[in-house]
Design a protein around this ligand. Sequence first.
Ligand SMILES: Cc1cc2nc3c(=O)[nH]c(=O)nc-3n(C[C@H](O)[C@H](O)[C@H](O)COP(=O)(O)OP(=O)(O)OC[C@H]3O[C@@H](n4cnc5c(N)ncnc54)[C@H](O)[C@@H]3O)c2cc1C
Ligand code: FES
Length: 281
Amino acid sequence: MFKITEKKQLNSTTFSMTVYAPLTAQNILPGQFVMVMCDEDSERIPLTISSFDKEKGEVTVVFQAVGASTLKLSKKNEGDYLAHFAGPLGTPTHLDGIKNACVIGGGVGCAIALPEAKWLKEHGANVDIIAGFRNKELIILKDDMESCSHNCTICTDDGSFGKKGFVTDALKENILKGTGYDCVIAIGPIPMMKAVSRLTKEYGIKTIVSLNPIMIDGTGMCGGCRVTVGGQVKFACVDGPDFDAHQVDFDELTIRNRMYHNQEKHDMEHMCRLFGGAENV
Ligand SMILES: Cc1cc2nc3c(=O)[nH]c(=O)nc-3n(C[C@H](O)[C@H](O)[C@H](O)COP(=O)(O)OP(=O)(O)OC[C@H]3O[C@@H](n4cnc5c(N)ncnc54)[C@H](O)[C@@H]3O)c2cc1C
Ligand code: FES
C-alpha cells in the first residue's frame, strides 16, 4: 500500500498527488511514468512522474479527472492509501547534448513536461517554456514552469491570460526571432503534438513527443500501447513513451485511443452518479 502524503487541487479537474514510494523515488529519470491502481479491484492507469524527492521518498503525479479511474483517484485524500504505485516505467527521455530547448506543454501536459525542463536547466541548457491552456481558470503550475525555464510564455486560447492563441503561434514567433532551438519537446493533447510536429518539421528542428496510447500492463507484455513510429511497430510503455515526433503516426494513435470511447463514457456516467464530478471533491 502507498500512502498519499499530500493532495492539492490545481484547477476544477486537475489534481497533484504526492505518494510515499521510496523505491520509485530513488530511480526516476525525466519522462518516466508509474502504473497506479486506486484499490485492488481498480483499473491500472499510467501517470507521468511530475516531480520527486529522493530524500523524503516521495513522488508527485499531476492528473486530470477525465474518466472513471481518474475521477476515483481524485476522491482519495491525504492519509489514504493507493493499492499499487508501480514504477518508474518507460525509457527516460534522451536529453543529453541538448543546449537550447523549447519545452511545450498543453494543459496537464505542462506537469508532464516539467521534469524535462528542470533537468535541462540544471544541466546548463537554455530552456524556453511555452504552455497552453484553454482559459485563465485552467492554468496550472505557473510558478514551477517559470522557475524551470529562462523564458516562460503562457498562452490561452481565449486570450484571458498571457498571449492569445495556440502554442504553435508562440513557437513560430520564437523560431522566426532566430532562437535557434536544437530541440523542441512537446507534451499534451494529440492534436497539439501533431501541430507542433508539423511546424518543427518545416524548420528542421528535432522534436520529441510523449505519446499517450492506452496502456494496460505498462511492461511490454500486452501490446495495448502499440504505436507506429517511422513505419515500425513500437510499444510506447517500453520503447517510449517519448518518440521522434516527425516519425509518429498521430492519426493511427488518435483512432486507437478512441477504441473504448463508449465503455469509458458509460463508466464515467456511473462514477458521476456515485461521487459527483471532480468539482465536488
Ligand atoms: C505514459 C502515459 C502517461 C500519462 N501521464 C498522465 C499524467 O501524468 N496525467 C494525466 O492526467 N494523464 C496522464 N495520462 C493519461 C491517463 O493515463 C488517462 O487520462 C487515464 O488512464 C484515463 O483513465 P480514466 O478511467 O479516468 O478515463 P477513461 O474515460 O477510461 O478514458 C479517458 C481517456 O483517457 C485515455 N485512457 C483511458 N484508459 C487509459 C489507459 N489505461 N492508459 C492510457 N490512456 C488511457 C483514453 O484516451 C481515453 O479516451 C498518461 C497516459 C500515458 C499513456
Ligand atoms: S501497455 Fe502492454 S505492451 Fe505496453
